[in-house]
Design a protein around this ligand. Structure first.
Ligand code: ADP
Ligand code: ZN
Ligand code: ZN
Length: 793
C-alpha cells in the first residue's frame, strides 16, 4: 500500500474511468505514486481501483497537477495502480475533441474517448516489449517491479512496445538470421567431414548484410542451432505489420492536367486564407466529373507543404477502386482504415498513423478520429451517405467531427458529392459553406447516360416477376455487342419474410415485434435485432396450411430467374451473402473488370464508385422499395441512389443507358433522377421539408426510452416529454411520445419523443436532465438514449 508523506505537494491525476453504466463525465482524482510520477502523461491509460471493492478498472488520464492536500483529502484518495502505456495514446487534440463532441452527441465522455482509440486498446490486448536483440516479454507475465522497470526502459528507448490481442488472433512474428561479424564467420573453420555445415557457412557468407528468413530455409534447424551456439549468427524476430497485402500490387499513377472547372475548384481550395475565414467547401460534381482527381491533387499540394491529409469514404471495402487510386498516387504514405480489418490490423494502421509514417489516411467513418497530426486537408467523399452517422453510442456524424478537427488544425475541409445532402446544400446556399461545381464529365468523350423509366404497372409479365420485356431486350442487346450490364436490386426497406398464403400469418420473432428474415444459405429464420434463430416452418403455425411460402425476391432468386430467361450468360452476384469473406468485393469486381461475366447483379453496394468502361447499361429492377419507408429522407435517399447507380453507365467512350423499373413513375424523386436534375430535386424537396418543419429547416433530436414493462415505459416517456416542454421554448416542437417503429425488441418496450427546434439555449441542460433520470434508484431498469439528428424517423 502506498502511503504518501503529509504536508508535501502531491501529484494528482484526473481520470475518466471506464465503468459501464456509471454515467458521469466527472473525472476522479487519483494520487500518482512517486515511482510512477516520471512515467505518467495526460492521454495515457491506467488501471485504477474503483468503488467499494477496489476493483481494478481502466481509465484515461485527462489532467494532472501538483496539489497541496490535507490529511483528510489524502486519506480519501486512491492511488493509480498501473500505467498501461509508455506514451500518450490520446493527443491533446483528441482530449479536446472528446469534450466538444460530447456536447453535440449527448454521450458520455468515456465513450467519446474510446471512440478515438483502436479497439485493441479498449479491450483484450497484451503489451509486448522487445529489446534490440529481438527478445520479447509479455506485459501480462511481468511482476509489478518489472512493469515499472520496463516502462522506464521504454521511455529511454531501450525497448519498443507493440500490442497483440490476447485472443486467438495470430501473432505475426517472422524470424530472420543475421550475421553480426563477417570476419569471424569467414575465419571459422568447419570440420572437413561436415559437408552440409560448410555449405551453410558459404551460404551465410554470400548473404552477409541481409536478413535471411528462416522460413523456407534449405538447411536444417540443427545447422542453425550449431551456428547460433558458436555466436556466429543471431536470430531476429520481426513483428510483421498485419496490413492487407492486397494493396501492394498497384501501379503508380500520374496526376492528370485539370480541366477548367477542376482547376478553379483546386485553386479555391488551396488558396491562402486566414484560418478564421476558412469555410468548408462543398464540391458538387456530377458522377465522373473528376472530383477524385481534384482530391488527389489537393492532397499532393498539402503533402508538398509538409502537411497531412485525411480522406473519408462511405465504406472502403465497397470502394476498392478509390483506395487503389490513392495507393497508386501516394504509395506507402497511405494508411487504410476500414471495418474489414481485424483488430490487429487496425492497430497496426493506427500505429503507422501515430508514428507519423502515414501522411494520408483513407478510411470509413471512424477514421475521422485517427491521430494524424498537422492536417492540411480533410475530405469527405459522398458526403450525403448515411453511413457517416454512427448508429450506436456515441452517435456522432463524421461531418461534425471533421468540422471540429479542421478548426483545430486550420485545415481545409472538402465535402464532395454528386447529390449533396440537403443539409449541406442548404448551408452552402446560406454561405456557411463555399460551393464549388463540376458540371461536365472529365473524360470529354463520356456523356451522361440516357435514362428511361419503365412503368411496371403496364408491364405485367407472365414470364417474369422482376423483369419487364424492355429491360430484358436491352440486356440481350448489350450482351450481343459484348458490352457489360449492371443490374441493381434495391433492398432497402425490403426483407425476405415468410408468410402464409391462406391466412396471412407472418413468422415473427418471439422477443421482438418484427418479422424474421429468411436466410437461404443456412435455411433459417433470423431476427436481425436480438439474434433469435429458428427453422423454417413446413406448415403455417396459425392455420396449418401448407401454403406457407417464401416472399420477397432476394438477389439469389433474381439471379436464378435471369439465368432461366437468358441462355449462355455469366452473372456475378454481389450482396451480403456473396461478400462475407475478406476481400470478396474486390474479387468479384476484379472478375467483372476482366470481363469474366456479362452481368453484375447486386444490391445498393454496386452503386458506389465503380468505374468500368465497358458497362453501357444499368438496370434498376425496383426503384420504389425505398420510397415507401416511413422516413422523411426516403425521397432524398432514393434520388441519390438512382443518380449514383446511373452514374455507373457510360463512363468511357461508349454511350450509356439506364433503365429504371418502377411502380411510381410519377414520383418526383424518380422523375428528377431520370432528368438527372439535382437542382430541381433540391428545390422540390426543400419545399416539402419546409412545409413539414423537417431538417434542414429544423434541427432534430430523438429521445428513446426502453423498459421491460410497457406501462412504465409509457409513463416515463410522458414524464420526459413534460420535462422537455418545461425547459424548452414554445417554438420547439415536441412530438410524442409514440411507440417506436419496432415497438419491442429483446423483450423491451420502446417509446420515442422527437424534438424539432431552431435555437434552444436550454436544450443541452434539458437533455442532461432527461439523462439524469436514469441515475435515480426507481429508474434503474429504464434505458434512455438520445440521438441528435437521427437518420430516420
Ligand atoms: P468522380 O470522382 O467525380 O466520379 P473521377 O475523378 O473518378 O470522377 O474521374 C472520372 C474519370 O475521369 C476517371 O477515369 C479519371 O481518371 C478521369 N479524369 C479525371 N480528371 C481528368 C482530367 N483532368 N483529364 C483526364 N481525365 C480525367
Ligand atoms: Zn396460415
Ligand atoms: Zn428478436
Amino acid at each position: 500500500m502506498f502511503i504518501p508523506s503529509i504536508g508535501e505537494k502531491m501529484e494528482v491525476a484526473q481520470i475518466i474511468v471506464d465503468v459501464p453504466l456509471m454515467q458521469t463525465d466527472k473525472p476522479f482524482s487519483y494520487i500518482i505514486p512517486e515511482e510512477l510520477a516520471a512515467l505518467i502523461e495526460v492521454g495515457m491509460r491506467v488501471h485504477v481501483p474503483f468503488g467499494s471493492g477496489n476493483r481494478l478498472v481502466q481509465g484515461i488520464i485527462v489532467g494532472k497537477e501538483e496539489e497541496n492536500l490535507n490529511l483528510y483529502e489524502i486519506s480519501n484518495l486512491k492511488a493509480i495502480n498501473e500505467v498501461l502505456d509508455s506514451t500518450s495514446v490520446l493527443t491533446e487534440e483528441q482530449l479536446w475533441l472528446a469534450d466538444e463532441m460530447r456536447h453535440r452527441v449527448f454521450s458520455y465522455k468515456i465513450s467519446c474517448l474510446k471512440a478515438m482509440l483502436p479497439s485493441l486498446l479498449n479491450s483484450n490486448y497484451d503489451k509486448v516489449y522487445r529489446d534490440e536483440a529481438g527478445k520479447s516479454w509479455y506485459h501480462s507475465q511481468l511482476t509489478d517491479e518489472e512493469k515499472i522497470d520496463f516502462s522506464k526502459r521504454v521511455r529511454s528507448d531501450q525497448l519498443t512496445v507493440t500490442y497483440l490481442a490476447k485472443s486467438k488472433e495470430n501473432r505475426k512474428i517472422e524470424k530472420y538470421i543475421v550475421i553480426p561479424d563477417h570476419k569471424k564467420l569467414a575465419l571459422f573453420e568447419v570440420e572437413k567431414r561436415a559437408k552440409k555445415r560448410a555449405e551453410f557457412k558459404s551460404f551465410l557468407l554470400r548473404h552477409f548484410g541481409e536478413k535471411i528468413p528462416i522460413k523456407n530455409l534449405a538447411f536444417s534447424s540443427a545447422q542453425v542451432k550449431f551456428f547460433l551456439a558458436q555466436d556466429l549468427i543471431k536470430i531476429e524476430e520481426v513483428v510483421v505489420s498485419r496490413t492487407q497485402a492486397v494493396f501492394e500490387a498497384v501501379e503508380s499513377d500520374e496526376p492528370k492536367a485539370l480541366n477548367r472547372e477542376q482547376s478553379s475548384a483546386f485553386e479555391k481550395i488551396v488558396r491562402e486564407q486566414n484560418p478564421e475565414d476558412l469555410k468548408p467547401f462543398l464540391l458538387e460534381g456530377i458522377t465522373g466529373s473528376g472530383k477524385t482527381e481534384v482530391y488527389l491533387q489537393v492532397i499532393s499540394h498539402f503533402l508538398e507543404q509538409g502537411k497531412t491529409a485525411l480522406m473519408l469514404v462511405p465504406e472502403i471495402s465497397l470502394t476498392p477502386q478509390i483506395t487503389h487510386r490513392f495507393i497508386a498516387r501516394f504509395g506507402d504514405k497511405v494508411a487504410i482504415m476500414h471495418s474489414g480489418l481485424s483488430d490487429g490490423e487496425k492497430y497496426d494502421e493506427w500505429l503507422k498513423i501515430k508514428s507519423g509514417q502515414a501522411k494520408v489516411v483513407v478510411g470509413a467513418r471512424s477514421a475521422i478520429f485517427s491521430p494524424v497530426e498537422n492536417l492540411g486537408v480533410i475530405i469527405i467523399d459522398e458526403e450525403h451517405e448515411s453511413s457517416y452517422k454512427q448508429d450506436s453510442s456515441p452517435r456522432y456524424h463524421a461531418r461534425d467531427i471533421a468540422i471540429l478537427r479542421a478548426k483545430w488544425h486550420g485545415a481545409r475541409l472538402v465535402l464532395g458529392s454528386a447529390t449533396p445532402s440537403l443539409e449541406s446544400r442548404a448551408r452552402a446556399m446560406k454561405g456557411n459553406y463555399e460551393l464549388l461545381r463540376l458540371t461536365k464529365r472529365a473524360n470529354e468523350k463520356a456523356f451522361l447516360p440516357d435514362v428511361q423509366i419503365v412503368d411496371m404497372r403496364s408491364q405485367i409479365n407472365d414470364r417474369s416477376a422482376n423483369f419487364s420485356n424492355v429491360l430484358l431486350e436491352k440486356v440481350k442487346e448489350k450482351i450481343s455487342k459484348n458490352e457489360q450490364v449492371i443490374l441493381m436490386l434495391n433492398r432497402r426497406g425490403y426483407s425476405s419474410f415468410v408468410m402464409c398464403r391462406d391466412c396471412g400469418f407472418v413468422v415473427e420473432c418471439p422477443n421482438c415485434d418484427i418479422s424474421l428474415t429468411l436466410h437461404m444459405d443456412t435455411r433459417t429464420l433470423n431476427c436481425h435485432y436480438c439474434g433469435h434463430v429458428q427453422g423454417i416452418p413446413q406448415t403455417c403455425p396459425n392455420c396449418q396450411s401448407k401454403k406457407i411460402r417464401y416472399y420477397g425476391s432476394g438477389t439469389q432468386k433474381v439471379q436464378e430467374e435471369l439465368e432461366g430467361l437468358l441462355t449462355d450468360v455469366n452473372i456475378l452476384r454481389m450482396d451480403v451473402d456473396t461478400t462475407k469473406t475478406k476481400n470478396a468485393h474486390e474479387k468479384i469486381l476484379n472478375k467483372f473488370g476482366r470481363g469474366e461475366a456479362q452481368i453484375l447483379l447486386g444490391t445498393q453496394m454496386i452503386a458506389k464508385g465503380l468505374d468500368f468502361p465497358n458497362v453501357t447499361l444499368v438496370g434498376v429492377i425496383n426503384a420504389d422499395t425505398g420510397l415507401n419507408l416511413p422516413d422523411f429522407r426516403a425521397s432524398e435517399r432514393s434520388f441519390q441512389l438512382l443518380m449514383q447507380v446511373a452514374g455507373r453507365a457510360g463512363r468511357a467512350d461508349k454511350k450509356g443507358e439506364v433503365l429504371i423499373q418502377t411502380f411510381n413513375p410519377e414520383h418526383y424523386a424518380i422523375k428528377l433522377a431520370k432528368e438527372q436534375d439535382y437542382e430541381k430535386f433540391y428545390e422540390t424537396e426543400m419545399r416539402f421539408r419546409r412545409s413539414l418543419s423537417y431538417p434542414p429547416y429544423y434541427y432534430t433530436v430523438q429521445v428513446m426510452l426502453s423498459h421491460k414493462v410497457e406501462e412504465v415505459a409509457i409513463q416515463k416517456a410522458y414524464e420526459v416529454a413534460d420535462l422537455l416542454r418545461h425547459y424548452l421554448s414554445p417554438q420547439a416542437k415536441i412530438l410524442g411520445p409514440t411507440a417506436r417503429p419496432i415497438a419491442r425488441t429483446h423483450n423491451l418496450y420502446h417509446y420515442q419523443i422527437l424534438i424539432k427546434y431552431r435555437f434552444e439555449n436550454l436544450l443541452e441542460e434539458a437533455l442532461n436532465g432527461v439523462l439524469e433520470l436514469t441515475q435515480r434508484r426507481e429508474n434503474k431498469d429504464l434505458r434512455i438514449l438520445i440521438d441528435s439528428e437521427p437518420q430516420n424517423f
